[in-house]
Structures are given as structure tokens and as C-alpha cells.
Design a binder for this molecule. Structure first.
Ligand code: RFL
Ligand code: PHB
Length: 393
């Protein structure tokens, strides 16, 4: 049995866990990170792409902004598209704020590089990870690593272990309420080796369903299609994917360049919020505590907000002030509900819901009415711009 002691034991080496460990380390607070997947798996996971301006500022402040500054693509706006027309929402012109396109796996790579340069303790491919006594003053994490049993005692345990992790279930069921909603559609996402056919992201509502054109670099495109909730990726040939993208993203005088698809997967759409993000000395950050449908690009960004709030609370705790730590759950949830309503709004604005044939047509026409309103009202555009680029209240 290998016994270690640390101030903060972090479960999960996704962006939330690695960023929290880094932010704490910058303030001289030691942490141990325990991850059940291999480093290769963690580095290969393709997910988010849009960073709010505040997230870029946070990463830069923590010394993680070098590659982000040179390789990130700053976007001053997005396009909304419906009825064969494309309309630009000019964030920079409206509210002087921007977003940056930088893949989540690039952030994870930067964090892994930063941690390995200072020798942080991160256990990858840990097995049977379990948390114990989180409601006591002496919480404990146990796991197996390379055939050895480990026991880590800590002041705090942080669940940064994503939606399917073990930390949220460590809160007794009668202490936690789950607020959730599923949507009757999923996203089929692809990465393709082809230069993007657009300078900024296109979000399109089409009679056949939602489609989006995003990107990762000047040579790699990221595209999404709304598909049915039970569809399987095997049922979608590359040819059918491109055909649907051409159909839904097409506008007169513009064409979508195709290229080899290097990754494809289907993600269900879900909204989920745990009623509490703290329990005793256990704290939840990121997807462990909440999930948004990806339409508003908020999952990673709100995880970064959680980490910023929790890091400030833990740092103050070690200076003798527990005010921020005691307020962590309430502050993170307040931000989360703002993010939830925006993500739901964007999702329902842009997806086709044909579940009920009696309302499907009405719903579609009112979505078009809403988009038409946004395209004409500078107030609506400012509100969209403010929420998309990130509110920091
Ligand atoms: P993660 O990334 O799920 O990481 C959790 C880590 O915990 C590990 N783990 C465990 N470790 C130890 N023991 C256990 N028992 C464990 N169980 C799990 C996992 O292996 C993993 O390494 O959660 P985290 O760090 O909170 O990060 C959250 C983000 O990943 C997520 O919110 C975003 O990817 C959501 N998202 C987007 N967010 C944005 O802000 N902007 C976007 O443009 C955006 N696009 C997206 C997205 C998510 C998507 N998918 C696939 C869900 C697009 C898509 C398609
Ligand atoms: C992405 O590039 O993966 C992406 C962009 C915007 C979203 C969701 C995902 O709303």
C-alpha cells in the first residue's frame, strides 16, 4: 500500500482537473490528480472548440496562453443561417468582445506539457478509483496504479471526473436533486482534412435539421449535423454526411469544400444540473456537476468558470478566509443557470423538433420568426453577443 498526503485530491485529468491543479500549483498549493484513462486517450479526445474571451484571459493569466495566442483563431462574430440566407452577428462591432477557436485537446496538451515541466503528480490509467469520507475532515481517495494500491489523504477532494464519474454519486441521493432535460435529437460531428469554407462559424436552421460549420485550424474543418436520437454512426457513410451538410449549409453563391473525414461520432443532447456542487469536503467542477447541449459552446467555458471560482476559494482557505469556498456552490450554480438558459435557447432556436406532428410546423415557423427578429434587432444581437462571448457577472 502506497500512502500519500496532499492538500487537494482531484479526480479526473480532463480540462477541469488539469486546470484546477495548475491554478492551485501557481499559488503554492499541492494537488494530486487521479485519472482512470491513459494519457494517450485523454490527449486524443476531440471535443469543444470555442473559447469565450474570459476563458482566454484566464488561461493567459495562468501562463497557459503562448500557443493559444499564436494558434488560436480569433473570431469577431458568427453567422446565423436559415431560409437559404446567411446573416452575420458582429460581436466585436456590437459589444467589443470576441471568441477564440482553439480545440479542447490543444488546451489539454498545453496543460499536460505545463504539468510535466514542473513534475506534478498525475496518475493516469488508475483503476478502481474510489472516494471515501468526503463529509469528514479527512477525506480519502483510493485506487490501483501499475499493480500497486494507493491511498491519498487530502483536505479536499474535487470531482473533475465528467458526467459519468464517481464523485457526484458520492453525494447521498437524498442530499442531491438532479435537474435535467433531454432533447429529441443528437449531434453527428466530423473532423475533416480540408480548409474551412468559412471565416467564422455558421449555425444553420434547415427544414431537414440543424447543421454547423466550425473549424480547428486553417487546414482542418469541424462540422456537425442534427441526427435522430437513436441513430448510429455506422448508418452514416461519409458520402451521406457530406450530402446532408451540403444541403443544410448551402446558400446561393457559396460552396462547401469536402475532404477526408478523420473522425466521426454522435453525441446526445442533454441539459443537466446537480442541485449542489459541494458536499462536506467534496467539490464538483465542470461536467461532473452539469452538462449543456453544445449549441451555445458553453460546456468547457463554464468548467473554466467553476475552476476559477473554486481555485480562488481554496487559495483563500489556506490564507484563513473561507468566505469564497463557502460560496462556491452558489456562485458556480448561478453562473450555470445563466449558461443553461442560453444553451437551451440556442438549441431550441436552431434544431428541428418533429416529435409532435401537430406542433412541428408551428414551431419551425416561429423559430424562423425568432431568427428574423434577431437579424433585425440590435438589442437581440447584443444579448446574443454578450452571452455567446461570455458574461462575467
Ligand atoms: P471531461 O472532459 O469529461 O473530463 C473528465 C475526466 O475524468 C475522467 N474520469 C475519471 N477519472 C478517474 N476516475 C474515474 N472514475 C473517472 N471517471 C471519469 C475522464 O476520463 C476524463 O478524463 O470533463 P471536464 O474536465 O469537466 O471538461 C468538460 C468539457 O469536456 C465539456 O464541457 C466540453 O467538451 C463540452 N463541449 C463544448 N464546450 C465548450 O465550452 N465549447 C464548445 O465548443 C463545446 N463543444 C462540447 C462540444 C462537448 C461535445 N461532446 C462530445 C460532449 C462539442 C461536443 C461534440
Ligand atoms: C466546435 O468547434 O466543436 C464547436 C463550436 C461551436 C459549438 C459547439 C462546438 O457551439
Amino acid at each position: 500500500m502506497f500512502h500519500e498526503r496532499t492538500r487537494v485530491a482531484i479526480i479526473g485529468a480532463g480540462p477541469s482537473g488539469l486546470l484546477l491543479a495548475w491554478a492551485l500549483r501557481e499559488s503554492g498549493i499541492d494537488a494530486i490528480v487521479v485519472e482512470n484513462r491513459s494519457l494517450e486517450y485523454v490527449l486524443a479526445r476531440i471535443r469543444a472548440g470555442v473559447l469565450e474571451q474570459g476563458s482566454v484571459e484566464t488561461l493567459t493569466r495562468l501562463g497557459l496562453g503562448a500557443r493559444l495566442a499564436t494558434e488560436g483563431l480569433r473570431h469577431d462574430g458568427i453567422y446565423l443561417q436559415w431560409g437559404g440566407e446567411r446573416h452575420r452577428i458582429d460581436f466585436a462591432g456590437l459589444i467589443d468582445r470576441t471568441v477564440t477557436i482553439y480545440g479542447q485537446q490543444e488546451i489539454v496538451k498545453d496543460l499536460v506539457t505545463a504539468h510535466s515541466s514542473v513534475g506534478s503528480t498525475i496518475y493516469y490509467a488508475a483503476q478502481n478509483v474510489a472516494v471515501h469520507d468526503v463529509d469528514s475532515r479527512a477525506p480519502l481517495v483510493t485506487f490501483e496504479h501499475e499493480g500497486e494500491s494507493h491511498r491519498v489523504s487530502a483536505d479536499f477532494v474535487v470531482g473533475a471526473d465528467g458526467f459519468h464519474g464517481i464523485c457526484r454519486p458520492a453525494i447521498p441521493a437524498d442530499e442531491l436533486v438532479v435537474h435535467e432535460r433531454t432533447y429529441p435529437y443528437s449531434w453527428l460531428g466530423i473532423l475533416a482534412d480540408v480548409a474551412p469554407s468559412t471565416d467564422e462559424l455558421i449555425y444553420a436552421l434547415h427544414e431537414d435539421g440543424f447543421a454547423m460549420h466550425s473549424m480547428r485550424s486553417a487546414r482542418v474543418s469541424r462540422l456537425y449535423l442534427q441526427v435522430g436520437p437513436t441513430e448510429k454512426i455506422e448508418d452514416w457513410s461519409d458520402e451521406n454526411i457530406w450530402q446532408a451538410l451540403q444541403e443544410r449549409l448551402g446558400v446561393p453563391g457559396w460552396s462547401l469544400a469536402e475532404g477526408p473525414i478523420t473522425e466521426k461520432s454522435i453525441t446526445p443532447m442533454r441539459s443537466f444540473v446537480a442541485s449542489r456542487l459541494d458536499y462536506g469536503n467534496l467539490f464538483l467542477v465542470g461536467d461532473a456537476g452539469h452538462i449543456v447541449p453544445p449549441t451555445g459552446a458553453k460546456g468547457l467555458n463554464s468548467a473554466i468558470t467553476d475552476v476559477t471560482l473554486l481555485a480562488a476559494g481554496i487559495i483563500d482557505h489556506y490564507s484563513g478566509d473561507d468566505t469564497k469556498l463557502a460560496g462556491y456552490g452558489a456562485a458556480a450554480l448561478a453562473n450555470q443557470w445563466r449558461v443553461q438558459q442560453f444553451s437551451m435557447w440556442m438549441t431550441e432556436l436552431l434544431h428541428r423538433d418533429r416529435t409532435d406532428p401537430r406542433t412541428a410546423d408551428f414551431d419551425y415557423r416561429s423559430q424562423v420568426g425568432r431568427l428574423d427578429y434577431v437579424s433585425h434587432s440590435v438589442h437581440a444581437q447584443r444579448s446574443l453577443a454578450e452571452q455567446y462571448t461570455g458574461t462575467r457577472f
